[in-house]
Structures are given as C-alpha cells and as structure tokens.
Ligand binder design. Structure first.
Ligand SMILES: [Zn+2]
Length: 218
C-alpha cells in the first residue's frame, strides 16, 4: 500500500446519483478518476492493470444503511475483487488506514521473503496493525480454491517484480554511472509502479549497498 493523491474535486455523478433512491457510485467518471488517482492499481495488494476493478468503500456502508458513506468521494477506493472480498469481513470494519491521509510506508514495512509476504506494523496502533494484517492476508490466504489461486497469482507476480528489481540493482551496483540503470530504477521505485511499497521498502533497508538512490524513495 502506498500513498494515493486523490483528485480534490469529486466526480460529478456522485452528487447526482446520491439524490436517487438506488443511485450508482460507480458511474464512468468515478471509475476513470479512481483508476487515474490509483495508477490503475488495487490500493490493497498493488496489483496493476486490473481486469476486475471494483469500487471499494473504505468504511463499509452495510447495504446503504450508512447512507452518508455510499457517495462520499473520500470513502471510495479502487480495488481488485480478491482484496475487496477479503476486506468485507467485519473484523476490518472502520479499521483500515486511509492511504490518502496517511503514508502507509511510514507506518508499515512491506517485506517479501522466501516466497512469502510479511507486513510489519511499526506501531501499536490498532488501525495500522489491522491494515498490515489485511494486506498480508490478501497474499497469503488459501482457505478456498479460488482464493488460493488468486493469492498465488499475486505472490508469483510479486516474485517476478522483485527479481527484476534485484537484477537491476546488481547492474546499477556494478556500473553506478550508467544512466539507463538509474532510469529503470527510477521507474521501478515510483509509487505508481506495481508492488511499489515492497520494492521501495527493500531499497530503503539496503541503501548502504546502493548509494545514490535516496531521492528515488522519498
Ligand atoms: Zn488487490
């Protein structure tokens, strides 16, 4: 999870649709703006180029019982179906970090080690701890066949992404003056890239081995 800069002005359809009895919170303008602001990534697992995007309500509206949350622009997030379904468990209700307000990288470490994801909360804050647990679960949950397949897919994509990062870091270390490796790393470490929080966390922890990359992870 990385920080997201949300468009300040809510998409037009939200106020129009909120006046209707069963109005839609997923009109085209909403999806387009969420997709752009999120760089076409699920805000929870950071998988990019979603084929099954959904509008996720950070604070659940419980079948429109909490009506004020249904069309609240600041409550809407872009997510994949897998993460949206996992987050719908009641233990996550109102306990997930707003990554537009707080920088998740400052409060959690995103670690990929030996084929597994570990999200470490840097604080005792309940909301941060619950968010860390949710992200980890979206990679590690295997309780049904569908979820096993979806989690394994994310782990496999993350492994590929990290492998490319490690190879590029090695080339950069062997040849720190070559601009092309710097350019590649700059792209890979941008918040808009797939699984950016994991890559940025790795580089942050190993800056001593790769001097010159500090400005790419701030
Ligand atoms: Zn996801």
């Amino acid at each position: 999870m990385v920080k997201i800069e949300r468009a300040l002005t809510p998409p037009m359809s939200l106020s129009v649709e909120s006046q209707k009895s069963r109005g839609s919170y997923s009109e085209k303008d909403v999806i387009r703006q969420l997709k752009e602001d999120s760089h076409d990534k699920c805000y929870i697992c950071e998988l990019k180029y979603l084929s099954d995007p959904e509008v996720e309500h950070l604070k659940p509206h419980h079948n429109r019982k909490r009506k004020e949350l249904v069309f609240d622009w600041n409550n809407l997030f872009y997510s994949c179906r897998h993460c949206n379904l996992i987050k719908s468990a009641s233990k996550y209700d109102d306990k997930i970090l707003d990554c537009c307000a707080v920088d998740p990288e400052e409060v959690m470490d995103h670690i990929f080690l030996d084929g597994h994801v570990e999200i470490h909360s840097k604080s005792q804050d309940e909301m941060i701890q619950t968010t860390a647990e949710l992200i980890q679960t979206c990679f590690e949950l295997r309780n049904t066949g569908i979820r096993e397949a979806a989690s394994q897919y994310r782990i496999r994509e993350l492994a590929k992404t990290m492998s490319i990062l490690f190879k590029t870091l090695k080339k950069y270390k062997d040849n720190p003056e070559a601009q092309r490796y710097k350019r590649s790393l700059n792209e890979m470490l941008n918040r808009s890239s797939q699984f950016a929080a994991f890559k940025r966390n790795y580089v942050k922890k190993h800056l001593g081995d790769y001097p010159g990359l500090e400005n790419m992870i701030t």
